[in-house]
Design a protein around this ligand. Structure first.
Ligand code: MLT
Length: 412
């Protein structure tokens, strides 16, 4: 009889987005004609940049000829030409010291932020997360045995939660007890807020002083409009010794359905082994990557390479501008009816205070039943998200304009 991983039994309810999907399906089965607009999960709606399409078509043609056909890659870390383009455009251009050997191309940041736990000792690390937070960070630590049981009041025993609310201007305080691993996501999912250089530098300094590891999720960096906000944690001196960075092509080039992301593990990031001796993490991740993963498809990597072409850069910039304009319309439309709104300037998410102090799920139900609108309840991201609600700016212009009208009708 196989022995199961009991840690899974500690997990509360379903993963947030399937739970929203379940409620929407239920509503739809009773109201089949309701013209539902979804501003829930942050999934892009616009077609891929033409430069990526052209590159992928050309790659498919290469696959059709014996001479240019490709099978397995020599190394699942990613083709050199792609990793070099990433270094040049995403890192060198911002004065960050990152080399191609430190980049691991993968099929998604969700998987990478989850799988990174493979190289950390299960049950031996205390983690810190902001609250609210992208649920994947917490749930995967529950699965790995890094937490205690679910608490009645929300959250899990053993996790250090760092509240981010309007009261502290969405700036997390440093942990007040020792932690080994800190998850930071900026621009932030779900609140759409950002962390300035000085604030981020405090975290790097904290990690250096306390020998903690920062897992920095920069999946939304392309949405930063303020020139003072760092795009990469490696813009901060000393971060190369304490931080792993995750990036994605989902939200900039619209690869949510194609799948491609990258993880940077500088060769100077270390952890300790049982004896207390320090060892670099990068070779462990390389070993894991090559054992459990056969690399991102050649066609996809060619598509991603085109993100860094002149045409690709412009087309990606156009997509970002489009979604940010959606965010502006949502923000201003909501403010016009007295809703308090955060985020949406350097991020594709709007984080709003629910009107009339409604709970997050009550507001979800009201929006769905009265406005046929779907968003994400703030409490689904953590206890401190209660009384807040997230709207995603990923949608067509027509749907965003219609959503603003319906939203106004529901809350007025
Ligand atoms: C979200 O809506 O929070 C994200 O789209 C989820 C994800 O990127 O996995």
């Amino acid at each position: 009889m196989p022995r199961i991983n009991d840690n899974y039994l500690k997990l509360k309810a379903g993963y947030l987005f399937p739970e929203i999907g379940r409620r929407v399906r239920e509503f739809r089965s009773e109201n089949p004609d309701a013209p539902i607009i979804k501003l829930g999960i942050g999934d892009v709606t616009e077609p891929l940049p033409q430069a990526c399409i052209d590159a992928m078509h050309a790659a498919v043609d290469e696959m059709s000829q014996r001479e240019t056909f490709r099978g397995y890659m020599d190394d699942s870390q990613g083709h050199d030409w792609l990793r070099e383009a990433i270094v040049k455009n995403d890192y060198e251009a911002r004065g960050c010291q990152v080399s191609a050997s430190e980049i691991f191309v993968s099929d998604g940041s969700k998987c990478d932020t989850a799988n990174i736990l493979d190289i950390l000792a299960a049950g031996k690390n205390r983690i810190a997360v902001t609250d609210p937070v992208y649920p994947v960070y917490v749930d995967t630590n529950v699965m790995a045995g890094n937490t205690g049981e679910a608490k009645e009041s929300g959250g899990y025993d053993g996790v250090v939660y760092l509240p981010v609310t309007a009261e502290n201007n969405f700036t997390p305080a440093l942990p007040d007890k020792p932690v080994d691993v800190i998850y930071l996501c900026y621009p932030n999912n779900p609140t759409g807020t950002v962390l300035g250089k000085d604030e981020l530098a405090k975290w790097v300094e904290y990690a250096r002083q306390n020998e903690a590891l920062i897992l920095y999720d920069a999946a939304y960096e392309a949405y930063i409009t303020d020139p003072e906000i760092p795009h990469s944690i490696y813009e901060i001196d000393g971060a190369r010794d304490v931080a792993i960075e995750f990036r994605s092509f989902s939200k900039n080039a619209g690869f949510t359905g194609v799948r491609c992301a990258l993880t940077v593990i500088p060769d100077s990031v270390t952890g300790t082994i049982a004896t207390g001796e320090k060892r670099p993490l990068q070779p462990l991740w390389a070993r894991r990557h090559n054992t459990k993963f056969n690399g991102v498809s050649y066609i996809t990597q060619r598509g991603v390479e085109a993100v860094y072409s002149e045409a690709g850069k412009q087309q990606v910039a156009d997509l970002i501008a489009f979604y940010l304009e959606n965010a502006r319309l949502l923000r201003e439309g909501l403010e016009a009816v007295g809703i308090t709104v955060f985020g949406g300037v350097n991020a594709p998410y709007i984080w709003l205070k629910t009107p009339g102090d409604l709970s997050s799920w009550d507001f979800f139900d009201r929006l769905l039943t009265s406005g046929h609108l779907v968003g994400t309840p703030g409490s689904g991201f953590g206890t401190a998200g209660e009384g807040y609600f997230r709207l995603s700016a990923f949608n067509s212009r027509e749907n965003i304009e219609e959503a603003v009208k319906r939203f106004q009708r529901v809350v007025e």
